[in-house]
Design a protein around this ligand. Structure first.
Ligand SMILES: Nc1ncnc2c1ncn2[C@@H]1O[C@H](COP(=O)(O)OP(=O)(O)OP(=O)(O)O)[C@@H](O)[C@H]1O
Length: 261
């Protein structure tokens, strides 16, 4: 599919009574949510509760079995193209440099290459990896590879950024820094971000709202507005309300027997 650059705006995502079955197995059952344009929303929930499945449905990559999924008020009928996606695995091509990996996205989308190169270098600078532009993925650390993946997801200025446990494989220190760098980039670009994570700290540290999901079949069981000032500090425990939010998420998981102590 040939598509143009993104609109540069931010899209809203609405789910109403979403059900997803795979054969006889129900992965998602009655999921409702509203993600506002330009909002940073995390989905947190136990392993296998349907977070990635929701993301694939919201990207239009797999159909819903029942219910409604709307992007900017319109029913999704085909894959979203005005979107960037970052997965836990960086999925970079080993035979292309970091810059060439990012530009591949522009090539596939038939975007003019010189402006794309300039934007890629600008994103690299904001993500602190200018020095790595000409390196191959195997010459980069895990954190640097994920930064390249973020640049690749944003090169076409999409309305929505979806991130599926993007920092799950990184060490705690790298995660803390990359979280901040992502937040700064988001504050500047104002994209709608759907962020899937297992980390309570990451969810609270990044989000405007945290949506807590039940175990399988997944649905949203709690919604927590995070009103901490931005940019958020590395040490979130500085804010008493961090513990309040964190306790509330832990309590939800205890109620569902996901945490037993
Ligand atoms: N294509 C598929 N066919 C059959 N079952 C599937 C398929 N995709 C997902 N599932 C099942 O649906 C459920 C939800 O999977 P999903 O990957 O969405 O969970 P998740 O919350 O993202 O998990 P994790 O946090 O471990 O990544 C799981 O039980 C999974 O095995």
């Amino acid at each position: 599919m040939i598509v143009a650059a993104g609109t540069g705006t931010a899209a809203s995502i609405t789910g109403r009574g979403i059900v997803k079955t795979f054969g006889g197995f129900t992965a998602v059952d009655g999921l409702n949510l509203d993600i506002r344009s330009g909002e940073f929303v995390s989905l947190i929930g136990p392993s296998g509760c349907g977070k990635s499945t929701f993301m694939l449905m919201a990207a239009g990559l797999i159909p819903v079995t029942a219910g409604e999924l709307l992007v900017d008020g319109k029913a999704l009928t085909s894959p979203l193209t005005d979107i960037g996606i970052v997965f836990q695995d960086h999925l970079l091509l080993e035979f292309r440099t970091a810059l060439e990996n990012v530009l591949l996205q522009a090539e596939i989308r038939h975007l003019p290459l010189e402006p794309a190169r300039a934007r890629a270098l600008e994103l690299f600078a904001k993500l602190g990896i200018s020095h790595a532009a000409d390196r191959y993925p195997k010459q980069l650390s895990g954190g640097m590879r994920q930064r390249v993946s973020i640049a690749r997801a944003l090169i076409h200025d999409p309305s929505v950024l979806m991130m599926d446990e993007p920092f799950g494989a990184l060490d705690a220190i790298t995660r803390t820094q990359i979280r901040h760098d992502l937040e700064m980039l988001w504050l500047e670009t104002g994209k709608t971000v759907v962020f899937i994570t297992h980390s309570i700290e990451e969810a609270i540290g990044l989000s405007d709202r945290v949506l807590v999901m039940s175990p399988t079949p997944g649905r949203v069981v709690d919604e927590i507005a995070i009103e901490l000032p931005r940019p958020r500090p590395a040490h979130l425990g500085d804010y008493p309300s961090f513990n309040t939010h964190s306790d509330r998420i832990h309590d939800a998981f205890r109620r569902f027997g996901v945490i037993k102590y």
